[in-house]
Design a protein around this ligand. Structure first.
Ligand SMILES: *Cc1c(COP(=O)(O)O)cnc(C)c1O
Length: 370
């Protein structure tokens, strides 16, 4: 049996007519950049998440870069980042010339560990970017307490967790800014690149609206107050996302049901299934399990792949050991929990359209090795 990591065709099929009509409407009116679809999507995102302001942008990476700039982070400023996340969390920091300062993760949630943050505060960082990895939030109360005390801006990288909640607040609405990605493979995916910044403060939102559009002043198209960028969101992507947002909670719930099913089936095996603190609801962008060591991880994954099951490692190399960040001077051993996670975790397909029969096949295949 072939079980992919994600089944885009199965997701689109039931809503295909609505998507086609949404695209056709944009083709008919011919306004392809920003415009009324983007405004509608921004409004819908505010209604859904409770965010005060939402600014549609080109993708989830640019969302982080723009948020950093709008919050006043400059070249040479230090920004605390998890050592274990997708590259873009940290790439965005480096791209504006700011200095990533890595922090180890909590080995249970795989998110940035607030206790470890305390070791780095003497370097006078200006911001912190908790990444809500795999679909659940970092320990935000602890992070906000530190941020308050040490005057750090908080940017929640919500690329993998849009729709997840922390103490009944939507991920991305807890810090100064929340950045969302609608890359096709995320839980809410466009048919191309797209992103969003959730913002609490009106003045930051005003700056972001200018920064994403060449720094164009609201009153005069050819006056540029901020040195901005072209990070605009397309109308077609926004129109598609307006349709898909209506289904996101249903899809996320299905993922969570699949995760519960796996948890039950895998409970007796020598695997660690996802840990969800009481404060969190998890939307299972990825369902990650942890094997006892590197060797057993690789033998399980090899077997799954032979059986046609698309299991992957998110992510095999922690950021402090990436060649592109060697100039920062970190070494192997600096962040043991991040390094251990990179060696021991792997994903099981958890997408909403999975059937019990498919999940039983995944479980059976794992049991064949363990
Ligand atoms: C996907 C992702 C991003 C980047 O989003 P893009 O839209 O692909 O630029 C950033 N951070 C994390 C944690 C991600 O998973």
């Amino acid at each position: 049996m072939k079980i992919p990591a994600l089944d885009m065709k199965a997701q689109l099929a039931p809503i295909r007519k609505d998507i086609d009509q949404a695209i056709a409407r944009v083709l008919d009116h011919g306004g392809f950049i920003l415009g009324k679809e983007v405004e509608k999507f921004e409004k819908d995102i505010c209604l859904y998440s409770g965010s005060k302001y939402s600014i549609g942008v080109s993708n989830g990476t640019d969302a982080i870069t723009l948020a950093l700039e709008a919050l006043g982070i400059k070249r040479g400023d230090r920004v605390l980042c998890p050592a274990f996340t997708y590259y873009a969390t940290v790439g965005a920091v480096a791209s504006i010339g700011a200095i990533p300062v890595f922090i180890d993760i909590d080995p249970k949630t795989y998110c940035i560990d607030p206790e470890s943050v305390k070791l780095y505060l003497r370097q006078t960082p200006k911001a912190i970017i908790p990444a809500h990895l795999y679909g659940q939030c970092a320990d935000m109360d602890s992070i906000l307490a530190i941020a308050d005390k040490f005057d750090l801006k908080v940017i929640e990288d919500t690329a993998q967790a849009f729709g997840a909640e922390y103490k009944n607040k939507k991920a991305g609405t807890i810090g100064d800014c929340g950045t969302v990605s609608f890359f096709p493979g995320k839980n809410l995916g466009a048919c191309g690149d797209a992103g969003m910044i959730l913002v609490r403060d009106e003045s930051v939102a005003d700056i972001l609206r200018q920064l994403r559009n060449q720094g164009t002043a609201p009153s005069n198209k050819y006056k540029h107050i901020y040195p901005g960028h072209n990070n605009r969101l397309d109308s077609i992507q926004a129109a598609i996302l307006v349709v898909k947002l209506k289904y996101m909670d249903i899809w996320n719930r299905k993922r969570a049901e699949n995760a519960v099913y796996y948890n039950g089936q895998l409970a007796a095996l020598e695997l660690i299934t996802p840990y969800v603190p009481d404060a969190n609801t998890h939307i299972y962008h990825q369902y990650m399990v942890r094997a006892k060591n590197n060797k057993s991880r690789d033998s399980i994954m090899n077997h799954l792949n032979e059986k046609g099951i698309d299991s992957r490692v998110f992510y095999p190399i922690p950021l402090h050991l990436q060649p592109c960040f060697s100039y920062l001077g970190y070494r192997k051993g600096n962040f043991p929990e991040s390094e251990k996670a990179a060696q021991e975790i792997f994903s099981l397909p958890v997408y909403p359209e999975l059937t019990h029969e498919q999940m039983d096949y995944v479980v059976k295949s794992i049991k064949e090795v363990l």
